[in-house]
Design a protein around this ligand. Structure first.
Ligand SMILES: N=CN[C@@H](CCC(=O)O)C(=O)O
Ligand SMILES: [Zn+2]
Length: 395
């Protein structure tokens, strides 16, 4: 049995270059790949048949920003925040301490459970980061454990200077032995460029060293206030800058300029720096929701991601993030679905093989418990995920 026909799809959202939405559609999966897409009446025969019963089918969510390697609990910090305390980067130390005390087996099990939870919610391709190790052995251990469970991993040694450590000495370690130890397990490097974490110059030093080591770049920027993160990401050719809550006109223009060689209508050309919005995090930290509308109108490709982490966003629900983007961020349903699929794929430079339902791409599919995808926002919080295929296998 190698091929499966998924038929009787009420609304098939391809997110392909023509942005096709096919009524009464069908998809054929051949092992881990998509082999055919089109109207059900023209579908070829297959070994197996799955009746979608008139429900909507989307590409699986691409979650391009998570921090799944952690132990411990920060619910009291969250409760205090809801009572009026503001978020500060220092909370990262609490998780670092708890994670250090978890064995390899315990930590691996936590990551496995979190990935399973994400996949059960429609996520089929995901990134995760280190960043709660903050030491050579711990960062390498977190990268090694993560690499077994996720599609792509990021080195975030530059998440915070640990308490009592000299910043310059720490950056020497991040750009030297820590980077070297994490390198075999990661594709990306990230830096938390923000007041209370790393300055522009410190961030540039880290990003340069990581780029020289062959890693792609990403930046946490402009989360808690205006700052240099977004412009630094654009300057360094980062694949993505994430959070982007507080943007000046110059920031938006700098990101827009990185997309000059890209045609968003056909999703072709040379991609620039994706602006990754993290609505669940914005709600949990009481930050203004990222200005996705301004970014889209400036020609910037936007991604939506969960930022699942214990400090600022303890949810991997992409359904929730898409609902919020439509309800609160003035994104149309099509824009939000694209941002949570192809947008995430662009942020991870994986757009050639995931992020849309097209022949030859990985068979990553998300069947909704609804006849149309707008139900994600129309019925927020309802259990919308009916079935998931990840690389052709039911998740
Ligand atoms: N902003 C930096 N890092 C995480 C939060 C880390 C934490 O507080 O544990 C984020 O993406 O929001
Ligand atoms: Zn993050």
């Amino acid at each position: 049995m190698t091929t499966t026909l998924i038929t009787n799809i009420g609304e098939l959202r391809t997110v392909d270059p023509e942005q096709r939405v096919i009524r009464d559609g069908a998809v054929v999966i051949d092992r881990e790949q998509i082999a055919w897409v089109g109207p059900a009446v023209h579908a070829p025969a297959a070994d197996k048949r799955f009746d979608a019963a008139g429900r909507a089918l989307l590409p699986g969510w691409v979650d391009s920003h998570t921090h799944l390697v952690f132990a411990g609990d920060r619910s009291a910090e969250f409760e205090a925040r809801m009572a009026g305390q503001s978020y500060a980067a220092g909370g990262i130390n609490v998780t670092t301490e708890a994670t250090r005390n978890a064995s390899d087996a315990e930590l691996a099990d936590l990551i496995r459970q979190r990935v399973a939870e994400a996949v059960a919610g429609g996520t089929t391709y995901l990134e995760t980061k280190t960043g709660y190790g903050l030491g050579v052995e711990e960062e390498a251990r977190h990268a090694r454990l993560a690499a077994d469970y996720v599609d792509t991993a990021t080195f975030l040694g530059a998440h915070l200077v640990p308490k009592g450590v000299d910043a310059a000495a720490y950056i020497d370690s991040v750009t030297g032995p820590m980077l070297e130890a994490a390198l075999p397990y990661v594709d990306w490097a990230d830096v938390f460029c923000e007041t209370g974490a790393f300055s522009e110059e410190q961030s540039r030093t880290v990003l340069r060293a990581c780029a020289e080591a062959g890693l792609g770049l990403r930046v946490h920027g402009n989360q808690l206030g205006q700052g240099p993160g977004v412009r630094l990401a654009a300057e360094m050719g980062a694949a993505s800058v994430d959070h982007v809550n507080h943007l000046s006109e110059d920031d938006v223009a700098a990101l827009g300029a990185t997309w000059a060689e890209w045609d968003s209508a056909t999703a072709s050309g040379t991609p620039g720096t994706v602006a990754t919005c993290l609505p669940a995090c914005d709600l949990s930290t009481r930050q203004p929701l990222a200005p996705a509308r301004r970014l889209l109108d400036a020609g910037v490709e936007v991604a939506l991601a969960s930022n699942c982490n214990p400090g600022t966003s303890y949810t991997s629900s992409m359904n929730f993030n898409v609902s919020t983007a439509v309800l609160q961020m003035h994104m149309s349903l099509s824009e939000a679905v694209r941002a949570a699929t192809l947008g995430g794929a662009l942020a991870l430079r994986a757009q050639e093989w995931v992020g849309s339902i097209e022949v030859g791409k990985r068979a990553d599919l998300h069947l909704l418990n609804a006849p149309a995808a707008i139900h994600l926002a129309y019925r927020p919080g309802m259990p919308m995920t009916a079935a998931v295929w990840r690389a052709g296998r039911r998740g």
